[in-house]
Design a protein around this ligand. Structure first.
Ligand SMILES: [Zn+2]
Length: 563
């Protein structure tokens, strides 16, 4: 059988759809294969040793699949390696041959254990079982490499794609970041060496975690430029991605839901705990940029404001709890549509918000902190190879924070209200402010610059044929009140042409409560509706240090964020 999904990415991808040919033979000759499910074949009547030969189309540039062209090859075992059912625990040998057209500079990067390989890394590898076989992706080609040591563990970063960057700086910064995380969870690291497999592209962003490696895709412009100092926003993005995936080495690859032990690769593996692993990791990714000294407190607070803004802009958080968002990942987060923003919430961003709120709640009450919780999860479950039961994180939290913590979970994890962040931040001498968004480019995290209130349609849009095509229409906002829907193309306001470039200026001529006539196409029909304008909602946050806060609050803040 070939897996339907790859651990870490919760969508049935049915990798078998890329199998273009498959045949089998035993000592007596060809054996017919009967396909019994999308990824399952049965070789009935085979005797002794069975040889199965599969040809797989590999042209997926993402970190989740397999890719092969004349410049490079990349693969996850889930795309290529058939599992003989019943042999999940059998030791497996993998022989990697150098492609005939490979240029002289081609070599191999992987965290899989080599057994007999040449200087470039072609040859024989071994995995103790199938789960390990599919948890070591391979990058093959003429890539750049930078090496560094963190907490005595050798690390290798292979970067494919065209790049112009400062590799020495990368090594220094990443060594700092990785050391901070290893020291957090405790030496020795649970891996003897670690490999980053990076692909630098014009536009792209994502990663997938593995037990001793990670696959990353990022903009080449996010890498530090030669001679550059400081940590600009694009480099912050890159570092945050690395920090996130590396944190997963402990927190989801080893500490993980019992529902994933073992992974059942032919079906959805539901768990209400994804927020614990993705949300908590999203919270720590930036915290470790701060703790390892790569960014300062003000940059951290700005990034935190941006993260929280991504939650406050989603009306669907009022309908879907974090637990439900986690459970439904397979058919919601991984299958977004135009109404997702009204129907649900991301367990990444809301999960990070709740991780933050829980951390502040514990710290403010003098009952430990989230570090203690994540570490006890690691020490009692991850490190011991025990899966976390569905109620396990809450139980650990209640041990640390007292039974009152269960109320926090009822509201923030199983409920749909917003934690009172303003009150929590105040205990830390910080002001949490919600303000109007100032336009489509406003990601939040900063104080307002517009001196006046702004009207908005309550929809997002893209340019289309001189008008505006609505991509999302937010619950309870003016566009929805007028009956507009995603896909509609607005062409005029009060019968004067409206476009993406002129919208802000046009809206600026009206007052809150004014009605405008909206002309729009739905399909090929020209329609009209009356739309009552309203102020843009206060869905954009920023966090400021309150210089006049009491000493006790400032002390709590320093304990959390440093000076
Ligand atoms: Zn993640």
């Amino acid at each position: 059988m070939l897996p339907s999904w790859i651990p870490g990415s919760y969508l049935l991808r049915e990798f078998a759809r890329h199998v273009v040919a498959i045949e089998a033979e035993d000592a007596h000759g060809p054996v017919p294969l009967e396909q019994t499910a999308k990824g399952t074949w049965v070789a009935a009547g085979a005797e002794g040793e069975l040889m199965v030969r599969a040809t797989v189309h590999a042209y997926d540039l993402s970190v989740r699949g397999a890719y092969f062209d004349r410049q490079r090859a990349f693969f996850n075992g889930t795309s290529l390696f058939l599992l003989p059912e019943g042999h999940e625990s059998t030791r497996i040998e993998l022989t990697l041959e150098r492609p005939r057209f490979a240029a002289a500079g081609w070599r191999v990067a992987t965290a899989m254990r080599p057994e007999a390989v040449d200087a470039a890394g072609f040859g024989r590898y071994v995995a103790d079982d199938y789960d390990e076989l599919i948890d070591h992706p391979f990058e093959i080609g003429d890539f750049a490499v930078v090496e560094f040591t963190a907490a005595s563990v050798p690390h290798r970063f292979a970067i494919a794609g065209r790049i112009e960057t400062d590799l020495d700086r990368l090594a220094t910064d990443l060594a700092q970041l990785c050391t901070a995380q290893i020291d957090f969870f405790g030496r020795p690291a649970p891996f003897g060496h670690y490999v980053f497999l990076g692909l630098a592209v014009g536009n792209g962003y994502g990663g997938l975690e593995h037990r001793a490696s990670t696959s990353l895709i990022f903009k080449r412009g996010d890498l530090p430029k030669p001679g550059e100092t400081g940590v600009p926003r694009d480099y912050q993005r890159f570092l945050a991605l690395v920090s996130h995936e590396y944190f997963h080495s402990w927190h989801v690859k080893r500490s993980k839901p019992a529902a994933f032990m073992p992974y059942r690769l032919d079906r959805r593996n539901h768990t209400s705990l994804l927020w614990v692993f993705e949300g908590v990791t999203s919270y720590y990714q930036d915290l470790f940029l701060l703790r390892s000294g790569l960014i300062g407190r003000d940059v951290y607070l700005r990034r935190l404001g941006e993260l929280l803004t991504r939650v406050y802009r989603v009306p669907g958080r009022r309908h879907q709890s974090l637990a439900a968002a986690s459970f439904n990942a397979w058919d919601q987060l991984y299958k977004p549509d135009a109404n997702s923003v009204n129907a649900g919430i991301s367990y990444y961003s809301k999960g990070a918000l709740v991780a933050l709120a829980l951390d502040l709640h514990l710290r403010a009450n003098g009952q430990g902190d989230l570090d203690q919780l994540v570490l006890s999860l690691w020490q009692r479950f991850g490190r011991e190879g025990r899966g976390l039961p569905e109620d396990g994180f809450e139980a650990l939290a209640a041990e640390i924070g007292g039974e009152g913590t269960r109320e926090f979970f009822a509201a923030a994890v199983r409920g749909t209200g917003d934690p009172d962040l303003a009150a929590l931040f105040e205990r830390f001498g910080l002001r949490f402010v919600l303000r109007q968004t100032e336009g489509p480019r406003d990601a939040g995290g900063t104080s307002p610059t517009l001196g006046h209130a702004r009207l908005s349609l309550g929809a997002s849009f893209e340019p289309a044929g001189g008008g505006l095509r609505l991509t999302t229409v937010l619950d309870g906002q003016p566009a929805q009140g007028a009956g507009l829907a995603p896909g509609d193309i607005i062409v005029a306001l009060d019968r004067i042409q409206a476009g993406v470039d002129t919208l802000e200026e046009r809206l600026g001529r009206y007052e809150e409560g004014d009605e405008v006539v909206v002309s729009f196409f739905r399909g090929d029909l020209l329609c009209e509706a009356r739309l009552r304008l309203a102020s843009a909602p206060a869905d954009t946050c920023f966090i400021q240090v309150d210089a006049g806060a009491p000493a006790e609050a400032a002390a709590l803040r320093r304990a959390w964020l440093g000076d």
